[in-house]
Ligand binder design. Structure first.
Ligand code: PLP
Length: 393
């Protein structure tokens, strides 16, 4: 019998990709499926970014680059942090990777030993706990609900911290909840972290520009600059510039750990694709109005969807602060349906019987909810709501 490592047996495949695949299978079999599962913008990558990639190919930028990214891209990232976030970094504090996913993976592998605890607020991005498990760390989940707009309180954080805590992960605006922490909320969380110098902090800012609170974007470092020496800012071009397929993410933080992450990357994937790096440089250095156009469309769809969901029996949905997800409770609808006993079964039923693919909240550590992506046209969303209306009676 072929042996599997305990490492791989500790994790599961990404549930969001699984829903997307299942929907694709049913579609291939001839079923009419509306997919609200995907975690990627439906817009094309802006033209000037594609052009930069084409030029890179024609100019022969088709060879290995520095493992941690081309000088041009690192310069663009440093300028971006200064311009958008008021944060200062040197080149040895930046690591470019093949997607935000690899940035976090490198970080977990470079910082966690067996049994080290990583605190992850739920609902969480599906990959954090599994990547911590691959690194043989222990995910410690803090549960939240609609009462706190799916955000943790400082007390909850304090109670979750032990001597083994090494990493605290915060993602704002959040996939899947769509919620963003305010500067004051981050300050309160920062006060707790200040008391525990053994904890490193990862702020995942992947959805930074997709925000409509009326307040400027802020992260834990803006709130508590004292944490600079142990905080990692993770970001990327996937969501902001509709570049999910290009696979470029980046991390900024203390040079010692960034260097360790680079070492891991040098022994696994090496540099991210040279052509994608040229495209990402153009994205960060170029005009930003393409981002604002997408955000305007997302906000319009968000407003429609929240209202339409709240009109469904047994469904309750908060207004989100950003991203392209809403995270309504379907608890009432699940309880009213004798055929199902939880959100996973209900999502399966909606896929089979209503032809609507959404991701059950359990995947994100918040059972009873569903994540709906509105990275799809308003027309498609309206059709999806009609189908849900029928299915929920
Ligand atoms: N972080 C969050 C919160 C995400 O939702 C995603 C993508 O789904 C990522 C990071 C990783 O993005 P990518 O690896 O596609 O750059």
């Amino acid at each position: 019998d072929l042996q599997l490592s305990s490492r791989v047996q500790a994790i599961k495949p990404s549930p969001t990709l699984a829903v997307t695949n299942k929907a694709a299978e049913l579609r291939a079999a001839g079923q009419d499926i509306i997919g609200l599962g995907a975690g990627e913008p439906d817009f094309d990558t802006p033209d000037h970014i594609k052009q930069a990639a084409i030029e890179a190919i024609n100019n022969g930028q088709t060879k290995y680059t520095a493992v941690d990214g081309t000088p041009a891209l690192k310069k663009a990232i440093i300028a971006k942090f200064k311009r958008d976030n008021g944060l200062e970094y040197e080149a040895n504090q930046i690591l470019v990777s093949s997607g935000g996913k690899q940035s976090f993976f490198n970080l977990a592998l470079a910082t966690l030993n067996k049994g080290d605890e990583a605190i992850i607020p739920a609902p969480y991005w599906v990959s954090y706990p599994d990547m911590v498990l691959v690194a043989e760390g222990k995910p410690v989940i803090i549960e939240t609900g609609a009462d706190t707009r799916f955000k943790i309180t400082p007390e909850q954080l304090e109670n979750a911290i032990t001597e083994r805590t090494r990493l605290f992960v915060i993602n704002s605006p959040s996939n899947p909840s769509g919620m963003a922490y305010s500067l004051d909320e981050l300050k309160a969380i920062g006060e707790v972290l200040k008391k525990h110098p053994q904890i490193m902090i990862a702020t995942d800012d992947m959805y930074e520009p997709i925000l409509w609170t009326g307040q400027p974007f802020c992260n834990i470092l803006n709130a508590t600059p004292e944490l600079y020496d142990r905080t990692f800012v993770l970001n990327g071009v996937s969501k902001a510039y509709s570049m999910t397929g290009w696979r470029i993410g980046y991390a900024a933080g203390p040079a010692k750990i960034i260097g360790a992450m680079k070492k891991i990357q040098s022994q696994s994937t090496s540099n991210p694709a040279s052509i994608s790096q040229a495209a990402a440089t153009a994205a960060l250095d170029g005009p930003q109005d393409c981002v604002q156009e997408m955000v305007t469309a997302f906000k319009e769809r968000h407003d429609y969807l929240v209202e339409a969901l709240n009109a469904l029996p047994g469904v309750e949905c908060l207004h989100g602060d950003g991203t392209f997800y809403v995270f309504p409770s379907f608890q009432g609808a699940i309880e009213a349906d004798p055929d199902v006993s939880n959100d996973v079964e209900f999502a399966e039923k909606l896929l089979k019987e209503a032809g609507v693919a959404l991701v059950p909240g359990s995947a994100f550590g918040a059972p009873g909810h569903m994540r709906l992506s509105f990275a799809t046209s308003l027309d498609t969303l309206k059709q999806a709501i009609e189908r849900l209306q029928k299915a929920l009676g």
